[in-house]
Design a protein around this ligand. Sequence first.
Ligand code: A3P
Ligand code: MG
Ligand code: MG
Length: 381
Amino acid sequence: RRETRDLSTNRDSGKDNNGAQFQVHPRNKYDHDAPLFRRPMFVGDFSLDGKRRFYHDKRNLHYISMDWQTSKKVDYDLNVAMDKMIRKNFEETKTEKLDRLLEWILQNLYKFQTKDSSDKPLKCLSTDFVCFRGLLTELLCTPYESKEGWIICATKFRDTIYLCAYETPEKQSQRENATELQKTMSAWGYKFEQYMTDGSDPTKGVNENEEYCCVIRSRLESHSLVYGAEVDGADPSTYKTPHSDLKSFVELKTGKEPVQDRDYRALCRFKLMKWWSQSYLVGIPRVVCGFRNTDGKVHTLKTYDVEEMSSIAQDHWKPEIMLNFLNKFLEFVKTCVQVDDPEAVYKFQRECNGGDISCTYLGHDPQWAFMPKWYYEKAFS
Ligand code: A3P
Ligand code: MG
Ligand code: MG
């Protein structure tokens, strides 16, 4: 299963795949039967408070009652108490890298014991990849993305490859040059979540730093995966602890009410694809979209079944292409990432404007290294 295990893992071999390329196009080479994706399993959770402090509990899990079927008329003004919003500081959150997830892993190492190792000290996680869900969402959408690039760094430690997304210079400049309207629209997304949360008071502000995160285990063909995923809420009528069934979770979105055909096409082609990827990875069955006008007033809620999204989009994007692409890319990562060293980094990069993917071995490079000492010194000691 671990085809890379027998290969030499000395420092120099890391350079063997330096400059290796992975082709995204033509994407029809990924157009065949979908690879096996095991039903995602909930393995744990944590919350982050308004100051992004870690809590090993469900304090920021929201309940969202879904006491209606496919659509509902509402009257939500997303501008209410905008001046009381506490905005997310992306400059700060990007320095978190994988830290919150690694913190959870350290506190839950017993969950990684296998039957054979249950009486011995833990030597490894027995998992091929550890990352956040957002990175997998971005990879799934890559065959259909012709503008935005991405940077993903990889570090292998005790046979597990940890993946960490970095902001590209282009995205950084978009973020730094965001217009007031773009900033307001981003705050509307959080405001909508507040309106949807049982027992909330929309005249109060929202602290955008607060989060509830699930930790998920799944497998894509031969690749076992553990990933963290921020989850918007759960329907209390079906939600039961401790064996949280992911089917109770709900993803919330806002979208511009489609007025012209063009708006509807954009919704199907781009938005539904992103919503599908994000929710499918976590086994979330429903996405609720609050359709808003240009002034930030939501008049309609609409529920989308994740399973039906690709047919609503009339095959403008195909889950099998996206999943086959992800499967092959993870295979490529396994071939490239040979050096097992918590301070060594491989950089995978897709330039903007839709090119191929390159792998660069950076060795010990403090600018890109992301595995903290407190993690690798403690995890298997
Ligand atoms: P929308 O979902 O309405 O776009 P998520 O849907 O992933 O749970 O994110 C919740 C909200 O956070 C989004 O609402 C959006 O407003 C905001 N958001 C998410 N990612 C963002 C980013 N990279 N930059 C700015 N805002 C973002
Ligand atoms: Mg969310
Ligand atoms: Mg959401």
